[in-house]
Design a protein around this ligand. Structure first.
Ligand code: PAF
Length: 289
């Protein structure tokens, strides 16, 4: 039993009933897809979505198909009580919290959504199959909820690109609302995986945002060589002995194609991934033109 009063629908039929009633009373529908272990970054997603829609559904589903066989599915943090309270406190109207059996009744799917190219680089190269799992479950959630607006954090920048492309390519009738990254006071981007860090690792993890600050400062100072920016990112992260760099990339902000030079108009993004202790962390920043 949840201590909060927000309704929790665990079946597709019941969340659709809530949504049909909201539509009947003229409300616009927003969706915030999450995997739970909610934090201030998610709270911001809910608030932004609520400011644009009169009825907000938060889905909480740790989607098994986006985890690789050696990834942290079994250990992924779960905090249902606190999640429900956060949703209620930030203006959500209903939580959709299905079981894996509700989402994948036959144990798996025969139909998948794939966004090749965008899905194969960066996170996709390190986590094969990840974006197929993400795109497919997001397509299912969009079909279940049929929202006017769906909110996604810029923290998962590549995920946002993949979902936007899927929505465009499949003419899905939804507006994607990108929400800025929420950072702790020391610059660390909020992430459910930050819970894996001990106090020392937590301090070491701030090297990710430091490297992005240095990249932005270099771009502001007139540096146009993408290789030099990559080098600044990599050297900064490697200067922290507890951080193990996975990638440091400077890419086109829509296609994610690696750049040689920063464009003179906007359109470049710096993306990084590193392992700190048990956590694999990602971060990014749009570079100034
Ligand atoms: O960003 C996440 O939490 C997940 O990838 C999402 C979009 C909820 C799909 O499972």
């Amino acid at each position: 039993m949840s201590r909060s009063e927000i309704p929790v629908a665990s079946s597709i039929a019941s969340v659709r009933d809530f949504i049909a009633a909201a539509r009947q009373s003229g409300k616009s529908i927003g969706l915030v897809p999450t995997m739970g272990a909610l934090h201030e970054g998610h709270a911001e997603l809910v608030r932004r979505c609520r400011s644009e829609c009169s009825f907000v559904v938060v889905s909480i589903f740790v989607n098994p198909t986006q985890f690789g066989p050696k990834e942290d599915l079994a250990k992924y943090p779960r905090s249902p009580e606190a999640d429900h309270e956060l949703c209620q406190a930030n203006g959500a109207d209903v939580i959709f919290e299905p079981s894996p059996a509700e989402m994948y009744p036959t144990g798996g799917l025969a139909t998948f959504v794939e966004v090749p190219g965008l899905s194969d680089v960066l996170e996709g190269a390190s986590r094969p199959g990840h974006f197929r799992g993400v795109a497919t479950v997001v397509a299912k959630l969009l079909n279940i909820v049929q929202p006017d607006v769906a909110a996604f954090g810029r923290k998962d920048y590549q995920q946002l690109c993949v979902i936007r492309r899927m929505v465009t390519d499949l003419d899905l009738p939804v507006r994607i609302l990108p929400v800025p990254i929420v950072r702790d006071a020391d610059g660390l981007a909020m992430s459910s995986r930050n819970r894996y860090l001990n106090a020392q690792e937590r301090v070491a993890a701030t090297v990710l945002s430091k490297s992005l600050h240095r990249a932005v400062a270099a771009a502001r100072g007139g540096e146009r060589s993408a290789d030099r920016i990559r080098q600044i990112l990599a050297e900064t992260i490697e200067s922290e002995h507890m951080a193990k760099l996975d990638y440091a990339e400077v890419a086109d902000s829509e296609t994610l194609t690696p750049l040689d030079q920063l464009p003179t108009t906007s359109g470049a993004v710096a993306l990084i991934a590193a392992r700190v202790g048990p956590a694999r962390l990602i971060d990014n920043v749009v570079l100034p033109a």
